[in-house]
Design a protein around this ligand. Sequence first.
Ligand SMILES: Nc1ncnc2c1ncn2[C@@H]1O[C@H](COP(=O)(O)OP(=O)(O)OP(=O)(O)O)[C@@H](O)[C@H]1O
Ligand code: SF4
Ligand SMILES: [Mg+2]
Length: 317
Amino acid sequence: MSDVLTVRGLSVKVRDTTLVSDVDLTVGAGERVGLIGESGSGKSLTALSVLGLLPEDVYAGGSVRLDGVDHELIGADERRMSQVRGRDIAMVFQEPMTALNPTMRIGDQLTEAMLIHKTKPKSAARAAAAELLERVQLPADALRAYPHQLSGGQRQRVVLALALANDPSLLICDEPTTALDVTVQALVLDLIVRGVMDRSSALLFITHDLAVVATVCERVLVMYGGRVVESGPVADVFTRPRHRYTEGLLAASDLDTTTRRLTTIPGNVPPAGKFPSGCVFRTRCAYATALCEESPPWSGDEAEGFACHHPAGVTDA
Ligand SMILES: Nc1ncnc2c1ncn2[C@@H]1O[C@H](COP(=O)(O)OP(=O)(O)OP(=O)(O)O)[C@@H](O)[C@H]1O
Ligand code: SF4
Ligand SMILES: [Mg+2]
């Protein structure tokens, strides 16, 4: 499996405050990788760094490389990033209206997405737009609709069609179904998975919802305090977590309920810049010792490992 996205030593800062530290992340062709963690863990900033869409005053360091793009994405100018976005990397965010033009018909938005990046000639773009709608299970007459004439779930399917328009090598989804009804969620998730599997695109999928990650992703990275604290195959991390934060997340989420909110780990996530030194989780961790005042080293490799001095699953002799 060739690597599509390679992130190394990613850091994100606003003035003197570090928001994301030392994130390594690789997503292979056709691989579906989840990024989970409580609110404020740094998930969206990681994704926005890859897309070159960080807010003003917020800066990324480290390296982000994309297969087939010969330049470094960190620090690339807006002209270069706007060529990569929508063509090589596509995105679906929580709120579909941020990606749609309310004054343009859906068909025109889809054809424009292909014409901007010159991935289809004008003569073929209209038929390709109809095919894209078919891929997201919308009828061809939706081509003539304006966004306000569609439901929230239909709009998000149009956003997915737009994202798939140029066969991106990487799709980034940030809470794509959080604002949708549970019944619509399942369809949209299924379409996302099929959309990337059809073309062996890589998927980076951000969510609060562990059940969603378990459905969509093969591998998962757990973030807390702007750091990756654990990574591995979903089946392993969700059944045998090693980091105490992952263990807490799993204990706090009842996968059988409809709420699935990760709100019951004791204590609150500190504001950015106020995480403790050493292990960032130590102020909330029931297993913390004096050793945890030192940063725990990473055990394992990037695809599968964790950083905890007293990991779960180790029994004292
Ligand atoms: N423009 C900004 N200026 C200052 N701090 C910011 C800025 N954007 C984000 N942050 C802070 O960085 C931290 C990480 O934010 P991020 O949006 O990546 O979290 P997240 O994991 O995506 O959370 P959520 O699940 O709520 O979306 C948060 O503490 C947030 O307040
Ligand atoms: S390193 Fe220490 S404080 Fe951090 S999660 Fe592990 S046991 Fe808890
Ligand atoms: Mg976010």
